[in-house]
Design a protein. Structure first.
Ligand SMILES: NC(=O)c1ccc[n+]([C@@H]2O[C@H](COP(=O)([O-])OP(=O)(O)OC[C@H]3O[C@@H](n4cnc5c(N)ncnc54)[C@H](O)[C@@H]3O)[C@@H](O)[C@H]2O)c1
Length: 328
């Protein structure tokens, strides 16, 4: 099976690419390297450096390859930035999906996996959040994923392009071999920020809000290991062979508090990791955790990295060896 992985040089995409290669897929990565890294792409995958805004280049890639499926990771991903630069996010995350879908429809590609987001659930009624929860995007970034999901429903209707949308909160960890991992600049995710303290790259980590209605007063969030995500994407791709589009939420089901993450990182790194308690941030909900029961039931997927220490150990393994990311 030959697949196109957009954003395959990025954090999650590069782990998925490696797993696809290991499972004998023929992989073409299309990435503009705006936040991705050439070195992150498995040598057995073909990297094409190109932008999804570039319609002729994209059409050329589709004409030259007979793709059986698409896994779409290429996106701008910062929630806060999307509220400051709404139009560039709308352009970069929606026009690109339109270009990709048009190419898929013209070249008869019938399977599409969207790396969506749990930022679609801004005011959840129930925790953990399941697929019946109403979709209320929490930001312009979330809105772009919401629109992408809606467009995919139309593509199924018009062209029988079957899709699977995977919604999740915080991807984390790194490949257990430590050769690929998270390298975002700027970094906004908690685990790499905590590990930057252990590496001496930042003085302390802030805990925003210590009076939430949670066991230790700090926010609880869902962390899902990037290898578990990679497996979910491949299972979803294979499941589309039955000709049914679907959506799944992916999560740990329970989540961890900010304090628990910092404590686990202290144990793993043996560094004191000073923490500074700070006021709540506007808009932060006390608990955000997704329910994976549906994908477990239908595809047999379960998170294998279900211990926080093990997750952080893989991230630490990567960051310690690559303190400056792929430039190290
Ligand atoms: N990281 C998370 O915690 C998380 C959580 C939920 C969903 N997601 C989704 O997963 C996907 C991947 O996230 P990530 O953390 O790996 O991000 P990332 O920034 O590491 O990877 C995105 C990749 O897309 C490429 N790209 C961006 N715009 C492009 C364009 N116009 N044309 C070609 N390539 C382009 C970048 O160079 C980069 O390699 C995104 O769609 C994101 O919305 C991520």
């Amino acid at each position: 099976m030959r697949v196109l992985v957009t954003g395959g040089a990025g954090y999650i995409g590069s782990h998925v690419v490696q797993m696809l290669v290991e499972n004998n897929y023929d992989v073409v990565v299309y990435d503009n390297l705006s936040s991705g890294h050439r070195q992150a792409v498995h040598p057995d995958a073909k990297l094409i450096v190109g932008d999804l805004h570039d319609i002729p280049a994209l059409q050329h890639v589709f004409s030259a390859n007979n793709f059986d499926g698409i896994l779409h990771f290429a996106s701008r991903i910062l929630v806060g930035e999307s509220m400051q630069q709404p139009f560039s996010y709308l352009r970069d995350n929606i026009y690109t999906v339109i270009n990709l879908l048009e190419a898929a429809s013209m070249h008869n590609v019938k399977r599409f996996i969207l790396s969506s987001t749990a930022n679609l659930f801004d005011q959840p009624h129930r925790i953990p959040i399941d697929e019946d929860e109403p979709l209320i995007p929490g930001s312009i970034y979330g809105e772009t994923k919401f629109i992408a999901e809606r467009l995919l429903a139309w593509m199924d209707n018009l062209y029988e392009i079957k899709c699977c949308c995977l919604r999740y909160f915080n991807a984390c960890g790194a490949h257990p071999h430590g050769h690929i991992g998270e390298a975002h600049d700027p970094e906004s995710h908690l685990i790499p920020l905590v590990l930057q303290v252990a590496l001496g790259q930042r003085d302390a980590i802030h805990i925003y809000g210590t009076d939430y209605d949670t066991p230790d007063g700090a926010c609880i969030r869902d962390y899902i290991h990037v290898q578990d995500l990679a497996r979910a994407h491949i299972l979803a791709l294979e499941a589309l062979e039955d000709g049914c589009s679907r959506v799944y939420n992916l999560g740990s089901g329970s989540g961890y508090s900010v304090r628990e993450v910092i404590d686990a990182a202290r144990r793993v790194t043996r560094h004191p990791i000073p923490a500074i308690e700070a006021p709540r941030r506007a808009g932060d909900l006390p608990i955000l955790v997704a329910d994976s029961a549906k994908i477990t039931r239908e595809l047999g997927w379960e998170a294998r990295f279900n211990s926080l220490e093990r997750i952080i150990q893989t991230a630490w393994n990567w960051h310690r060896r690559h303190p400056h990311g792929y430039q190290s």
